[in-house]
Design a protein around this ligand. Structure first.
Ligand code: DGJ
Length: 717
């Protein structure tokens, strides 16, 4: 069948639930005829003949009128136009799907583009990217080089995207696509998910719904500067384009050089936004995230507990406390290093990765040993891509920082922070050496929190000849370093942190096990941030910590139960000084950690169903269910407190209607069990009618608060 289609120039890429139909006829422009629900072969075959308009798969600038373009290049003779025509198509199988490569060549110039489409059958993901080659003798300047272009037929199409800032990452924006351009761009350089995200979803059937309707999701797999654009003009299509942000990043392709764009991953689901999230989560765990099949440890991080006030007895006390609450890992954050310039605050020492002996006389080996004695693992914070002007590293290598020629450096955090120029191989060796030395000296080190607290706020490489390549070469350099680290230390757990949630991105995550979702650990605001972040990133990667109250960022006071219930919907951890907790609080956390361990596989490997959005009402709710639908965990959080409030039932999803489930509450603090405790319901009842949660927790007087939440565990009989 495929052969017959190929003769007609039609190529089909199917996943379990979606189809991409390409029209790649020799001598003509490559086009996309269809992307959406999986088609029957007969339908797919006749789409083109039946007048379904195809749209350019990779529109190039110059001969296309006013339509949005994915590629623009200036030939050596100054010609700004491109006329790409299909030369050949290659189809092949790979272990988890199929691959189609369409090679096009300019009608006049020795310039080619290969558009690759790769399917992940079981996860309903199709990736696309472009390989752009200059086959001529003289350089060709690329001024835009997107990863792909997808045209979406008009209708009532809405776009869901994420925006925010430091301490407010992953906020959800839902808007109908109207005439004109919608552009989401980022130029943060070292991290890219604070103010916006490189992922979007398009709901094709009107206002976005979590568990119904056709949705297309797109995620650009790039950790650096990006631009996502949607053009809605006077045609029948919204044109979506995504790629590296080309601003000030022109690339001169030399003879025979090929530039490969980052991958752009699409997913289609007929089961609403949550359906697309489940696809991205599964694909992320299976193919992108480091150790996506390994349970994450429950940890205590020292940052909000002691900030820079690191010392040996203090670290040991925190280790004892987390071990006694059932935790499995202790992570020592910032403040442990610096010899000539000891790190007392954020204005010095980055780059000088030697232990501050005045704080830690026994060094790291002593702490690793101390953790082992307590039956837990030890982890450490570093910020290896950075330095401070007050550091021995900077004194030795002022030429290693990102800085424009003939200009003074531009400083970041602490008034002295600088970004190291990772395009420089000497810097790459230095950064690899930091981890290599730590690991060689401390083979028991289990976890690294890899931070990045400064963006690239100045354009200039002291190493590169071609300044337009700063963004792409920085990321290539970082990739080389991370490849070396992963090759040498494959079992190491590494967290991607960038002033909180600056590196929640499928471009950078393949080297990391998880990301720090936000520096804001306030449980209420986390419900919103984690809701949005869960659109594309699975709970296993979303670090979510129980912290002190009043919260250190928003100063809100929440109950310990509420903080536990929110944190345990992600990768549970703690970020608090346990010495300041009451015995009762510790007991509640101990219970939460123990309960979390019971449901950890469901949370970390299960399917998400977002049920009630915090943006819509007075409570929020989501759940995870196993793919086999035999176990599930439901979270319910009240987000506003008024007397005389009456809450509707929350209807569950993802269960088997014909199975029966017993309901048990986790993290219970109430004096009496809820009436539904231990009761058995059919999946059908739970999905059609749902459960009503009491407006308040029924607790002893000392625990009464304006917060209320529930975590329910459901198990099929
Ligand atoms: C920013 C991170 O997001 C925090 O968690 C903490 O590690 C600090 N950096 C340390 O400087």
């Amino acid at each position: 069948m495929n052969l017959i289609f190929a003769l007609l120039g039609v190529f089909i890429l199917n996943t379990s639930g979606s189809s991409l139909v390409l029209d790649a006829t020799e001598g003509r422009e490559a086009r996309i005829v269809w992307y959406g629900a999986r088609l029957q072969s007969e339908d797919a075959a006749q789409l083109r003949q039946a007048g379904f308009a195809s749209q350019s798969a990779y529109p190039a600038y110059g001969l296309k009128g006013t339509a949005a373009t994915a590629l623009s290049a200036i030939q050596a003779d100054g010609n700004h136009t491109l006329d790409l025509r299909v030369v050949s198509v290659q189809e092949s199988e790979w272990e988890h799907g199929r691959r189609i490569e369409i090679l096009s060549r300019d009608a006049v110039y020795p310039f080619t583009v290969k558009n690759v489409f790769l399917s992940f059958t079981d996860e309903d993901i199709i990736e696309t990217w472009a390989e752009i080659s200059n086959l001529g003798k003289k350089p060709v300047e690329l001024t835009r080089y997107d990863s792909g272009c997808l045209s979406i037929h008009v209708g009532e199409v809405w776009m869901s995207s994420l925006y925010g800032t430091w301490a407010n990452e992953g906020r959800l924006c839902e808007e109908p696509l109207t005439r004109g351009w919608k552009v989401i761009s980022n130029i943060d350089g070292t991290r890219n998910s604070h103010t916006s995200h490189a992922e979007v979803m398009f709901s094709l059937d009107g206002k976005p719904q979590e568990n119904a309707g056709r949705v297309i999701g797109a995620a650009l797999e790039w950790g650096g500067d990006y631009e996502l654009r949607v053009q809605t003009d006077d045609t029948d299509y919204h044109k979506f384009l995504a790629g590296i942000n080309p601003d000030n990043s022109e690339i001169k392709l030399t003879r025979d050089e090929t530039f490969t764009t980052p991958r752009l991953a699409y997913s289609f689901s007929g089961e609403g936004l949550s359906g697309v999230s489940r696809n991205f989560h599964r694909w992320g765990r299976n193919y992108r995230l480091a150790h996506g099949d390994k349970e994450r440890k429950v940890l205590l991080n020292s940052w909000e507990g002691v900030y820079f006030d690191i010392n040996e007895p203090g670290m040991e006390q925190m280790m004892s406390d987390i071990a006694s609450m059932g935790g499995e890992l202790f992570v020592m954050d910032d403040g442990w290093f610096g010899d000539k310039y000891p790190r007392k605050n954020d204005s010095s020492s980055l780059g000088d990765w030697v232990v501050d002996k005045s704080k830690l006389p026994g060094g790291i080996p002593h702490l690793v040993q101390a953790a082992e004695e307590r039956g837990i693992k030890f982890g450490i914070w570093i910020e290896p891509e950075m330095t401070n002007s007050v550091s021995e590293l900077y004194e030795a290598h002022p030429d290693w920082i990102i800085k424009a020629a003939s200009r003074e450096p531009v400083y970041g955090r602490g008034g002295t922070q600088l970004v190291l120029d990772l395009s420089n191989p000497a810097v790459q060796d230095h950064v690899f050496g930091i981890v290599d030395r730590l690991m060689k000296e401390n083979p028991g080190l289990d976890y690294i929190k890899w931070d990045s607290n400064m963006d690239i706020n100045v354009h200039g490489s002291q190493y590169l000849k071609e300044q337009g390549r700063l963004d792409t070469e920085y990321w290539k350099g970082l990739a080389k370093v991370l490849d070396r680290i992963r090759a040498a230390y494959p079992d190491l757990t590494i967290q991607a942190c960038a002033s909180g949630g600056g590196r929640a991105n499928w471009g950078v995550l393949p080297w990391f096990d998880e990301f720090w979702t936000s520096d804001n650990t306030d449980a209420l605001q986390r419900i919103y941030m984690q809701w949005g972040t869960s659109y594309f990133f699975p709970a296993i990667a979303m670090a979510s910590h129980i912290s002190a109250t009043p919260n250190h960022t928003v100063y809100r006071t929440t109950s310990i139960k509420f903080r536990c219930d929110v944190a345990m919907s992600g990768r549970l951890g703690m970020e608090i000084q346990p010495a300041g907790m009451t015995d009762k609080e510790k007991e509640i956390c101990r219970q939460a950690i123990s309960d979390y361990k019971k449901v950890r596989p469901i949370v970390q490997f299960g399917d998400i169903y977002r049920l009630v959005s915090p943006y819509d009402g007075k409570f929020a709710s989501l759940m995870y269910a196993t793919p086999a639908k035999d176990k599930a965990v439901l979270y319910w959080w009240k987000i506003a407190n008024f007397y005389d409030e009456h809450f509707p039932a929350v209807r569950l999803c993802g269960l088997d209607p014909d199975r029966k489930y017993v309901v048990r509450e986790l993290n219970r603090v109430d004096l009496r069990p809820m009436a539904i405790e231990g009761k058995v319901f059919t999946g059908r009842f739970l999905m059609e009618n749902g459960l009503v949660m009491p407006a308040s927790n029924d607790v002893e007087w000392s625990l009464k608060s304006d917060w209320s939440s529930r975590v329910l565990y459901l198990e099929a009989l």
